[in-house]
Design a protein around this ligand. Structure first.
Ligand SMILES: Nc1ncnc2c1ncn2[C@@H]1O[C@H](COP(=O)(O)OP(=O)(O)O)[C@@H](O)[C@H]1O
Ligand SMILES: [Mg+2]
Length: 161
């Protein structure tokens, strides 16, 4: 396992991290986002998707549970799916909705509340842990697989002055 830890003093810092993560991701990656409500999981995903070329809104898929986006990551078109499993009642719901098909070598899956998908969710390449700390947020990135480690190796954050 390889890990990085940063302090994000304000929302602009969260946006910069999202922008730095976008080109570091690769097709096939599964990223779990952990943290309480308001920790900044959606804010980070939103910044990432905007940096990857998505021009429209990004709102948390609270009721649909999953929202796919066509974006560009590291120069290639990649379908990126944002999950928010907070309101998922049971793992069967995940399977019946066909969400398993979203997880493949061509896509990137970003999952809020992965705890709710226990047993049905494919394993992560990276964990993102967000926590309120003072006025800002602590963030930890834990890489668990080769894909995850390569992602952290590519990550250029904090941006050089
Ligand atoms: N680094 C930061 N410092 C302070 N506030 C932040 C930071 N990053 C995000 N925020 C704010 O925290 C809130 C996070 O909300 P949201 O992203 O919806 O959280 P979650 O998806 O984890 O429930 C937003 O109001 C956002 O403006
Ligand atoms: Mg959220």
């Amino acid at each position: 396992m390889r890990q990085l830890k940063f302090y994000l003093p304000d929302e602009a810092a969260t946006r910069e991290l999202g922008a730095a993560l976008a080109p570091a991701l690769a097709p096939g990656m599964v990223v779990y986002l952990h943290g309480d409500l308001g920790a900044g999981k959606t804010a980070l995903v939103r910044a990432l998707l905007h940096a990857a070329g998505h021009a429209g809104h990004v709102k948390s898929p609270t009721y649909t549970l999953a929202e796919p986006y066509q974006v560009r990551l590291g120069g290639q078109a990649v379908e990126t799916i944002h999950f928010d499993l907070y309101r998922m009642a049971s793992p069967e719901e995940f399977l019946e909705a066909g969400f398993r098909d979203y997880f493949n070598h061509q896509t990137v899956c970003l999952v809020e509340w992965p705890e709710k998908g226990d047993k049905v969710l494919p394993p992560p390449d990276m964990h993102v842990l967000l926590q309120v700390s003072g006025q800002g947020r602590e963030v930890e990135l834990h890489a668990l697989s080769d894909l995850g480690i390569q992602c952290l190796d590519r990550l250029r954050y904090p941006p050089s002055p």
